[in-house]
Design a protein around this ligand. Structure first.
Ligand code: AMP
Ligand code: GLY
Length: 428
């Protein structure tokens, strides 16, 4: 009998995880909670929400799951890894103390400062008047962040003092993010180009995935409001081998040593959101999980088995860090419901996925889809991650967009410039 694996979550990242785990000869059974119709092709989906920690604990214990892999941050911040570990079960993901690297920006920034890791200079406030007085003395643009988890909406890069004060009021007085706004970080605005750098770690050893880059804004040319991510590609040319070496030496190694001296043995995935300027990497944020949509293009490049690494992270000891990466670039174009990240209509039938996947080197990952009256329909903001590989980035982009053109539902929206920034940096 092979291993049983539980994937927690039901978005595009979790489809990519289930798709990759299903290719492992070590695995004989995959469950997903709650999963989605794409994940259902590889896993048995069980109707337990990703934030139902007791439901997940009960299910994993009853099924004696060999390995649980957690997609989103909220269950980790809530202590899912602690609950599963207490049942004697293996889980790839940090415990509650490690998950504070994403769950509390104040905690994360203080750790970075204490251990000398490059990041924007900052101050922390728990009093509105003091925060406002400080903000009004800062250079514009000024960056304000709610301390806690706010589904990606807790950050403002304010171009004017009016905007800064209005966001500060929303967070600290109107409390639109609840207790996540008890404290705020006010920090300097960094300039440069953003990239994502994701590693596996057992708390000491670091095994990096290739670099990638997300496209956070809704509109072409990085315009309009922030989203969960409208597309990604790998590698990110801005992360040169030299930058990569600095990221490991100046960021991950001192961070993990710092966490160990704080009594935190971090196990799982650690994702640094970086700003890179003139070859110097600085930390914008940490996430305690794979990126979504970065996981989709990354797993398409990963030619070796993912499961041994997930297992070794869960066991807290990476012994065999073998990782084979396809040198060819990949790109993922997210197709979203019209109106996202605002209000959008659900329930429109989706056509053309089979045709899209008929193209060479194309995989369509599901995010917000559902089955209604026997038909696949859109059921969330981000709906599909159309992902392609080719010898060149240009080729991968062309393949991905050819596949996107084959897919239709009413109101479908996508950016038409995913990957263009890398082409501008001279990627072939
Ligand atoms: P975070 O959740 O901290 O990554 O913030 C979300 C987004 O806000 C980032 O991806 C950046 O685009 C932007 N951002 C955050 N902090 C800064 C900063 N100090 N300087 C410039 N942009 C930032
Ligand atoms: N794509 C950004 C994130 O996963 O946080």
């Amino acid at each position: 009998m092979g291993l049983s694996v539980l994937v927690v979550g039901g978005g595009g990242r979790e489809h990519a995880l289930a798709w990759k785990i299903a290719r492992s000869p070590l695995v004989s059974k995959i469950y997903a909670a709650p999963g989605n119709p794409g994940i259902a092709e590889h896993a048995e989906c069980v109707a337990i929400a990703a934030d139902d920690l007791q439901g997940l604990r009960g299910f994993a214990a009853a099924k004696k799951i060999d390995l649980t892999v957690v997609g989103p941050e909220a269950p980790l911040a809530g202590g899912l890894a602690d609950l599963l570990t207490a049942e004697g079960l293996l889980v790839c993901g940090p415990d509650r103390s490690g998950a504070r690297m994403e769950g509390s920006k104040v905690f994360m920034k203080n750790i970075l400062r204490k251990y000398g890791i490059p990041t924007a200079d900052f101050r922390v406030f728990d009093d509105y008047d003091e925060a406002e007085a400080h903000v009004l003395t800062r250079k514009l643009p000024v960056v304000i962040k709610a301390d806690g988890l706010a589904a990606g909406k807790g950050v403002a890069v304010a171009q004017t003092y009016e905007e800064a004060v209005s966001f500060l009021r929303d967070v600290m007085e109107r409390r639109v993010f609840g207790s996540a706004g008890d404290r705020v970080v006010v920090e300097d605005c960094l300039s440069g180009e953003e990239a994502s750098y994701i590693v596996f770690t057992d708390g000491t050893k670091v095994v990096p995935l290739p670099s990638s880059q997300d496209h956070k804004r809704i509109g072409d040319g990085d315009t309009g409001p922030n989203t969960g991510g409208m597309g990604a590609y790998s590698p990110a040319p801005v992360v040169t081998p030299k930058v990569e070496e600095r990221v490991i030496r100046e960021i991950f190694e001192p961070l993990l040593a710092g966490l160990r001296s704080e009594g935190i043995s971090y196990r799982g995935i650690l994702y640094a959101g970086l700003m890179i300027e003139n070859g110097v990497p600085r930390v914008l944020e940490f996430n305690v999980r794979f990126g979504d949509p970065e996981a989709q293009p990354l797993f398409l490049r990963l030619s070796s088995d993912l499961v041994p690494l997930l297992l070794q992270c869960a066991q807290g000891k990476i012994t065999d860090a073998k990782m084979e990466i396809d040198p060819r670039p990949t790109v993922c174009v997210v197709m979203a419901s019209g109106g996202y990240p605002g209000a959008y209509a659900k329930g429109h039938p989706i056509e053309g996925i089979a045709e899209a996947e008929g193209g060479e080197g194309v995989v369509v990952f599901h995010a917000g889809t559902a089955i209604s009256d026997g038909r696949l329909v859109n059921n969330g903001g981000r709906v599909l991650g159309v992902t392609a590989i080719d010898d060149t980035l240009k080729g991968a982009i062309a393949r991905a967009y050819r596949a996107v053109d084959a897919i239709h539902w009413e109101g479908a929206y996508f950016r038409s410039d995913i990957g263009r920034k890398a082409m501008g940096r001279g990627a072939a």
